[in-house]
Structures are given as structure tokens and as C-alpha cells.
Design a protein around this ligand. Structure first.
Ligand code: ATP
Ligand code: MG
Length: 304
């Protein structure tokens, strides 16, 4: 989490050119130098306590042996979720494990009710697990205090939902600015960054519109711009193309692919569409709250 830019470039010399490109767009890469309110003291304290808040210990994963630790964006470790209700106990997630690499475009598929949204909500700290851990940028997110979790959500995670979740009474530009207003970015920088992102997503001309005057595809582009506003470590998209017709869904999907390919963004994309899933780098299949299988979609993974 505190990897300096220079250190990062040393570890990943191939990415420095991309980074320069990103800096020109004020889209610094997620792993370069995130500032959250998790202080060094917090980390040391927790390590002394044996809570291992700071680092991903991925030794129990076979495939992790091949992954340089600095390349891991997120780790989900032995995640369980059980809902208790009057109707009884519902086991929704039953020991989910996986790693997401930086810059990877990963899809999650599975039947309705298999636990995909529950999983994504826990990965984004919108919900808590019954047991298990989630590490984002090497931070054990559920070991943080409530205010640190809120801060981490704002700065490290971008969300894109099926129903866009835009605020209709304000403008497109203001919607995009919201995460930066919360994180305290200066007025001028915030406005210029929002416009740059809207430009990148091809809807700068709609910046003064209200979301309700936009098509579904345009509204989802606004949501994508908003998700990028604070330069998150990871973007979580739950059926982001689910409300869109095939052609518009395709366009939105291609924008997400462009973000991973050109800007090295890390994206987790939940979808019911097997054709789109097959065009991400890797697909994780969830069934009955477990990882049924994973497939590397070679053609796309190798193109990076
Ligand atoms: N708050 C809750 N209390 C009890 N059960 C819940 C709760 N939220 C979700 N569930 C149950 O968890 C299971 C998984 O739900 P989830 O929304 O994660 O599925 P999903 O894979 O996203 O499905 P879909 O593809 O239809 O969106 C479902 O059986 C659902 O009824
Ligand atoms: Mg769902």
C-alpha cells in the first residue's frame, strides 16, 4: 500500500511508460502511492498483535507461488457468509479463495442466487463476512476500524452497479465529482479531473445534463467515470451491462476492457453473459457459494 512510485517502477520497469501516460491524464495507477488513513503505526501495532494486517500471506495458494507479491491487487481468503433469519440459517458463501492480480480483468459468473453479489459486496466492504478475510492492496480490510473502512471504500474501491445509482437531481459532472468531494480533493483539481474522465468515456458534452436525460449506456459511462474519480485500486462491477441492450452493453464492456488494457485498471466484473465473461482475462465460476472452477481466457490474458 505504501509502495513508492520509484520503488514500484524498479519492481515493474515495463509499466513505467504506462504510468507516465496515466499521469498525463491525472489517472495515476492504483498501486503507485495510495494515501489512506491507515498509518504505519497502525500496521506495526497490528503486526505486533499478530493480526498481520499489512501483508498478503499467500503461501497456501499453489498458483500464488508464481505471482510476485507486488502484483497482487486483492486476495479473498476462506470467505464464509451465513445469513440468520426467522426462516433459519442460509449458508451463502462457503470458503471462497482467490487472488486478483493488478491490472487483471476478472469475471465472476454463476447461477442466480449462487452468491455473486454477496461476494462482491463483501469484497467492496459494503457487507461483512461471517468469517474469512479480504486483502486489498495488502490491507486486511475487515481488521480496520469503521472510519478506516469508510475511507478505504472511498479511496481504494470503485463501484459500478446494474442500476447505475446516480443522483438524478444533480448534473453528470457533479455525480462524477462525488467520491472526490468525500475524499477532500481540491475544487479545481476535482472539476478538471471529472471533465477529463467524462472526456475519456466519450460523454464530456453531457457534463451539464441531469442523468435522467441520458440513455442507459450514457448513464453507465457516468457511473464508470465516477468509479474512477479517486483512482481506486480495484473496480467492482455487479452486472454493469445487465440493464443495457446488447449493443450498448457491448460498448460499456469495451470501455471497461480499454481501462484494463490501456490504463492497467483492475476490474472484477460479475455477469450472466458467458460471451462477455469469455472475453475477460479470467473467469471464476461460483456455484452454491463455492468456487466451482476458474478458467484463464488465454487469448485475452495473453494480449496484455
Ligand atoms: N440479507 C439476506 N438475508 C438472507 N439471505 C440473503 C440475503 N441477501 C442475500 N441472500 C441470499 O443469498 C443468496 C445469494 O444471493 P446473491 O444476491 O449473492 O446471488 P447472486 O448470485 O448475485 O444472484 P443474481 O445472479 O440473481 O444476482 C440468495 O439465496 C439470497 O436469497
Ligand atoms: Mg447478483
Amino acid at each position: 500500500m505504501n509502495i513508492s512510485r520509484a520503488q514500484h517502477n524498479q519492481n515493474n520497469p515495463n509499466q513505467s511508460r504506462d504510468e507516465d501516460h496515466l499521469v498525463n491524464l491525472n489517472l495515476k495507477p492504483s498501486y503507485s502511492n495510495h494515501q489512506t488513513r491507515v498509518s504505519q503505526k497502525d500496521l506495526q501495532h497490528n503486526m505486533v498483535e499478530g493480526n498481520n494486517i499489512g501483508m498478503v500471506d499467500s503461501t497456501h495458494y499453489q498458483n500464488a507461488k508464481q505471482i510476485n507479491r507486488t502484483k497482487i491487487a486483492m486476495e479473498v481468503r476462506n470467505l464464509h457468509k451465513v445469513y440468520q433469519s426467522e426462516a433459519g440459517k442460509a449458508v451463502v458463501l462457503e470458503g471462497i479463495n482467490f487472488i486478483i492480480k493488478k491490472g487483471e480483468f476478472v469475471s465472476i459468473v454463476g447461477p442466480s442466487g449462487s452468491g455473486k453479489s454477496t461476494l462482491l459486496n463483501i469484497m467492496g466492504a459494503l457487507d461483512t463476512p461471517s468469517s474469512g478475510k479480504v486483502f486489498i492492496n495488502y490491507v486486511d480490510i475487515f481488521a480496520l476500524s469503521k472510519s478506516q473502512i469508510a475511507d478505504m471504500r472511498n479511496k481504494l474501491i470503485g463501484y459500478i452497479f446494474q442500476s447505475y445509482n446516480l443522483i438524478n437531481r444533480t448534473t453528470v459532472q457533479k455525480n462524477v465529482e462525488i467520491p472526490a468531494i468525500i475524499s477532500g480533493m481540491g475544487n479545481k483539481q476535482r472539476k478538471s479531473r471529472a471533465l477529463k474522465l467524462l472526456d475519456l468515456l466519450g460523454i464530456k458534452d453531457k457534463s451539464n445534463y441531469k442523468p435522467t436525460n441520458l440513455s442507459g449506456g450514457q448513464q453507465q459511462r457516468v457511473a464508470i467515470a465516477r468509479s474512477l474519480m479517486n483512482n481506486p485500486a480495484i473496480i467492482l462491477a455487479d452486472e454493469a451491462t445487465g440493464n443495457l441492450d446488447t449493443k450498448t452493453g457491448e460498448e460499456v464492456f469495451e470501455l471497461l476492457r480499454m481501462l484494463t488494457k490501456k490504463y492497467n485498471r483492475t476490474i472484477v466484473f460479475v455477469t450472466h453473459n458467458p460471451e462477455l465473461a469469455a472475453r475477460t482475462d479470467r473467469t471464476i465460476f461460483i456455484k452454491d457459494g463455492k468456487v466451482e472452477k476458474e478458467s484463464i481466457n488465454e487469448k485475452f490474458a495473453l494480449a496484455k
